[in-house]
Design a protein around this ligand. Structure first.
Ligand code: NAD
Length: 314
């Protein structure tokens, strides 16, 4: 059960099941750890996840440190590549090309947002699709749209993975996704559709958000607006996945008003501790999958040479 922090008439009847991310993340990471050990034994080297940070955005740096810690916990080499905030788009492109060609690097993520001067296409147009383990470049986005296997955007995947691993039925149910970004909202909607939900996507131009939400059995919120969703906007018993991460004063909160929502919903992901840990754990599974595919040279696109390291770096 979630403990509602809000006071008021709804706080008295808290019912929502707490869909904590930690146990799911732990399960996924235990499996990845074993897979990494087996990979190392078979191939004689440890695959690397490169995380690229452009500039000194503090929240991004914190997020990347979490990823590097997760890498360490499962035996993956994490490599932080820092590029000065004033660097040109060409410099970022060159750094990505070097990582594309580095045989030890199995996966690359570039922290967003980029400085305004650097177009997103610098990243999406340069990343080798075989190393794009967060599914941001067009080939992987196309695979997602077509329902083919590719690298899924991990945050959206985490939202759906939490539902599936918590035994929440999706097929045939009405789902509303709030937010239509390329990284979370759109992919979450496509993944819910893949699971046979009937999906509505709401966004900043949606009029009467509550009218849509009140019909929803499943709500996935990724708007970046604290307190956007309140209990009175929901159908009783709805399942709510809160993807939002917002810093309010010295607290991190999601996009839902947890107190009033927990009183109406049947299940709710907490923030922090819901989608975030599962996202990082899934990223590790993508890294191992990328490394395996690269060793087998099955992936499309330009292939890096396999590292000539035998029993060396572990
Ligand atoms: P974004 O700013 O790119 O997109 C926000 C979306 O929300 C837009 O499509 C916009 O139309 C919609 N929106 C904004 N205000 C709205 C309103 N009043 N009503 C309805 N829709 C509205 O953000 P994003 O990158 O998709 O991230 C969304 C949130 O998810 C942020 O809080 C971000 O920090 C968080 N996030 C969490 C994780 C994680 O691992 N948990 C990962 C990525 C992003």
């Amino acid at each position: 059960m979630l403990t509602a922090s809000a006071s008021g008439p709804m706080a008295a009847s808290v019912t929502a099941r707490n869909l904590a991310g930690a146990p799911i993340a732990a399960e996924i990471k235990a499996r990845v750890k074993a897979d990494v050990a087996a990979f190392r034994k078979r191939n004689g080297y440890t695959p690397t996840l490169a995380v690229v940070l452009v500039g000194r955005d503090a929240p991004s740096a914190v997020y990347l440190q979490q990823i590097l810690r997760t890498c360490k916990s499962v035996g993956i080499d994490g490599r932080l590549v820092e590029i000065p905030g004033r660097a040109s788009a060409a410099r970022l492109r060159n750094a990505i090309v070097a990582l594309n060609e580095d045989p030890l690097v199995a996966g690359i993520i570039v922290q967003m947002p980029l400085p305004k001067r650097i177009p997103l296409t610098t990243v999406t147009g340069t990343l080798d699709p075989a190393k794009d383990i967060d599914g941001i470049q067009p080939i992987n986005a196309g695979h997602l749209l077509l329902g083919h296997s590719g690298f899924l955007p991990t945050t959206a995947q985490a939202a759906i993975e939490i539902l599936k691993r918590s035994g929440i039925p999706i097929a045939g149910r009405r789902a509303v996704v709030v937010g239509r970004s390329n990284v979370v909202g759109k992919p979450a909607a496509l993944l819910l559709l893949r699971e046979n939900a009937t999906v509505t996507v709401c966004h900043s131009h949606t009029t009467d958000l509550g009218a849509h939400l009140r019909l929803a059995d499943i709500v996935v919120v990724a708007a970046g607006k604290p307190g956007l969703i309140t209990g009175e906007m929901l159908k009783r018993g709805a399942v709510v996945v809160d993807v939002g991460i917002n810093v309010v004063g010295d607290r991190i909160v999601g996009d839902v008003d947890a107190g009033s929502v927990a009183a109406v919903a049947s299940a709710l992901t907490p923030v922090p501790g819901g989608v975030g840990p599962v996202t990082n754990a899934l990223l590790m599974t993508h890294l191992v999958r990328a490394a395996e595919a690269q060793v087998r040279s099955e992936s499309p696109g330009p292939r890096p040479r396999r590292p000539a390291v035998v029993g060396g770096r572990a």
